[in-house]
Design a protein around this ligand. Sequence first.
Ligand SMILES: Cc1cc2nc3c(=O)[nH]c(=O)nc-3n(C[C@H](O)[C@H](O)[C@H](O)COP(=O)(O)O)c2cc1C
Length: 204
Amino acid sequence: MSDESGRCIAVGVTGASGALYAVRTIAALLSIGCRVELVASDFGRRLLRDELGEFGAIEHLPEYLVNRYGKDVQSGTLKVHSNRDVGASIASGSYACDGMVIVPCSMKTLAGVANGLSRTLIERGADVMLKERRPLIIVPRETPMSLIQLRNLVTSAEAGALVMPAMPAFYQGPKTLDDLADFMAGKILAALGFSHQLYPSWEG
Ligand SMILES: Cc1cc2nc3c(=O)[nH]c(=O)nc-3n(C[C@H](O)[C@H](O)[C@H](O)COP(=O)(O)O)c2cc1C
């Protein structure tokens, strides 16, 4: 368990493919004792249903995570926000939220973040991270990408975001989709400064 447990991490889930990356990341953060502030867009909620099978409303996510990843996820706390609630805690820089990851991040939400639009809680939360100089990780999933999308990634990176494309490596010899999701979740946790055992480190 990381000695940095107890930190607050906001997680945005949008309508790009890759729901497994989202739930694996949320479960891993909870398992090390984080307070997770979760916001899913409408298409993010649809994504969770479509790609993970029916688990009912997002409010039932805790039971899903326990069933899939075990009781360790109960080490942390999960709070679910509406993406329309731009007055929620994580919309303010005065709220003690240590970092944010948008996983997966759609090209639409990326455009909103890159242009500082703050139309939704996910966009506003990301805007807060950038203005407060706190970690913001963007996990885009799209292929191929247009010049507009590439520019939005560059703009976000220039503003301080860490762009971490949903591109799991294969040198670890993944056997299952869960292995691929473990790799991405591990990269996200490492970027947020947490130690983890989601994949073995490369020993040369
Ligand atoms: C089945 C399906 C798959 C999609 N996959 C992607 C994707 O991989 N990347 C992406 O940027 N958008 C994808 N989209 C489009 C987004 O869901 C759409 O732009 C949506 O408006 C994003 O809104 P949000 O960012 O508020 O979630 C997909 C849409 C559907 C219905």
